[in-house]
Design a protein around this ligand. Structure first.
Ligand code: ATP
Ligand code: MG
Length: 561
């Protein structure tokens, strides 16, 4: 066992779940085997919260030499479909986990679940109840008042068996009756006051068609799914803690030969976004975003399209840790993890997102030369490349000020700056349009300063990025920001849609250095001084489109002041 812990990251203390699993494996429980599962309901695309559960479920299985099943929890078919199933499998794989042949469907266990329900009836532990939901309210009590036994609770086993079979055979209309577990109407845990385990619903199942008109409730289905698959550790979020007594009761009542252990951990919550599937679906359906994979969405698809590598997402999740305490994680922490990861791995390039033309008036008209540029200062192995330089360049508008304020060290009339990897240039004149806007700068360059240093030792304080106009490639940049302007959208009864950030995406047209037009989605790069970018799915080499994954610095904190 000790080598398993050593194989794990020795610098990270084990979280409480890994401690439990370690102990149980050591004690030889389940023959030392570890089987976990990730059980999404295929009624939407996965989001960053699911990524936490995936990293935990698949991660633990990997670390302990076990297996993790990917189980579609498709027992409530009203909103489920195959598009979601396929996207879930794909997203799990993108995160770097492989369920191999272990992609299961809870609905494939309907026969076994039905058999278990019949068994409970035979054991006197389930009964048919004909009370309407309103009538049930009179019997169930509340947190301070115990419930009382409903009529029908004393029905004979034979009669229950007969009614349940007829329920299955479609003899009764929807809602006419339900099957309840017979536990304890006075239990302080309301989930143990004879919960519903089967109901009649004539809905079309996307995999089983109209075969079933009765469907098991989640609380009944889930422990059985775990037990059927031989799951040893059923890891779920804190809201299931009060469901655990029923989970254990059910498997005990059936003497189920295999007993998984449910362990709860806190959800991942992020500020400035929403994670409820209902709200995400609404954003998509009502076109508030361009789709599930809109790069502003907290979905795995969106995060991926935006350019975040799986490694950065996993790093973030690891840093959040596994605890029992609910909290909200700051979006800035996510961005910080993305930057850290990309800083170490990304090549650097030059690009201009808000172009201002510069003419170097003392540079030969037809001249063009190649300058040496370093690909990644953090990684000497990344090497260098050639950067074209010519008489006409673009710089970013933000790097020029007609009347520079104190402390502004970039370009201004009669001021000199260094062009990254290039020469010192000095602005000698400006061209303006009829409205007085600066449309072009006329500059001179000092041929002695090639590579960025002056032989006479004179210094310039500013270094700015640029591209050569003759060879640069026009590109669209999509600059993203937080999707909502408030930390907790929808809180206090406010409609979350009214809190969307109107500036969550800005489209601008600029230029990138030659070569980047062939950059492919999923391969992030840094545009020096501006941020990390990735080619969007819409990008073609004829019309490159780049998503800004994250800016180089956290500008939100400043803006929010
Ligand atoms: P709903 O049940 O309302 O459709 P859900 O977010 O619970 O939404 P599921 O598809 O049931 O969606 O979730 C699959 C698994 O992912 C569950 O085990 C759940 O506990 C876990 N999960 C969901 N959201 C988070 C989150 N924010 N943080 C960590 N785990 C999560
Ligand atoms: Mg759920």
């Amino acid at each position: 066992m000790s080598d398993i812990i050593e194989n794990n990251d020795v610098n990270t203390p084990l979280d409480f779940i890994r401690e439990i699993v370690t102990e149980e494996v050591k004690a030889g429980k389940h023959g030392g085997k570890v089987v976990t599962r990730f059980p999404p309901e295929p009624n939407g695309y996965l989001h960053i919260g699911h990524a936490k559960a995936i990293c935990l479920d698949f991660g633990i299985a990997e670390e302990f030499g076990g297996k993790c099943n990917l189980r579609m929890d498709d027992t409530n078919p009203t909103k489920e479909n195959m598009e979601y199933v396929e996207s879930i499998i794909d997203d799990v794989k993108w995160l770097g986990f492989d369920p191999e042949e272990r992609v299961y469907f809870a609905s494939d266990y309907f026969e076994e679940m039905y058999r278990c329900a019949v068994e409970l009836i035979k054991r006197g532990k389930a009964y048919i109840c004909e009370l309407s939901p309103e009538e049930w309210k009179e019997y169930c009590g509340n947190l301070s008042v115990p419930g009382k036994n409903p009529p029908g609770r004393s029905r004979s086993i034979e009669e229950n068996l007969d009614l349940f079979e007829r329920m299955k055979n479609g003899e009764f209309e929807d809602g006419k009756m339900v099957l309840r577990a017979k536990i304890d109407m006075a239990s302080p845990n309301i989930n143990l006051r004879d919960p519903v385990i089967y109901r009649i619903r004539r809905i079309h199942h996307f995999r089983h068609g109209d075969k079933w008109c009765i469907y098991p409730m989640y609380d009944f289905a889930h422990p059985l799914e775990d037990a059927i698959e031989g799951v040893t550790h059923s890891l779920c979020t804190l809201e299931f803690e009060i469901h655990r007594p029923f989970y254990d009761w059910l498997l005990e009542a059936l003497d189920y030969p295999h007993r998984p252990r449910q362990i709860e951990f806190s959800r991942l919550n992020l500020n400035y976004t929403v994670m409820s599937k209902r709200k995400l679906l609404q954003l998509v359906k009502e076109n508030h975003v361009s789709g599930w994979d809109d790069p502003r969405m907290p979905t795995i698809r969106g995060i991926r399209r935006r350019g975040v590598p799986a490694s950065a997402l996993k790093k973030f999740i690891k840093e959040c840790g596994i605890t029992k305490f609910d909290g909200v994680t700051d979006y800035a922490k996510f961005e910080h993890c993305i930057r850290e990861e990309l800083n170490a791995t990304c090549d650097r390039f030059l690009g201009v997102i808000d172009p201002l033309e510069v003419e170097i008036i003392n540079y030969p008209a037809e001249g063009i030369e190649d300058l040496d540029a370093i690909n990644n200062p953090e990684d000497p192995a990344a090497g260098s490349r050639k950067l074209a330089f010519g008489r006409t360049l673009y710089i970013d508008k933000a790097d020029f000020m007609l009347e520079p304020v104190k402390g502004y060290f970039r370009l201004a009339p009669d001021k000199e700056v260094r062009l990254r990897y290039g020469y010192f240039i000095k602005c000698v004149d400006v061209v303006k349009d009829a409205d007085g806007n600066v449309t072009k700068l006329l500059c001179t360059y000092d041929p002695e300063t090639r590579g960025g240093n002056a032989p006479d030792g004179r210094k310039v304080k500013g270094t700015i990025h640029w591209v050569d106009a003759a060879t640069a490639v026009p590109a669209e940049f999509r600059l993203y920001d937080r999707l909502f302007t408030v930390e907790n959208p929808g809180a206090d009864g406010v409609d979350f849609l009214t809190q969307m950030n109107p500036d969550s995406v800005k489209l601008v047209q600029g230029f990138v250095e030659r070569g980047l037009e062939n950059s492919v989605p999923g391969k992030p790069f840094q545009l020096e001084r501006q941020g990390y970018f990735t080619a969007d799915l819409d990008s073609t080499s004829a019309k490159p489109v780049f998503n800004r994954t994250v800016a180089l610095k956290d500008s939100w904190a400043k803006k929010a002041k």
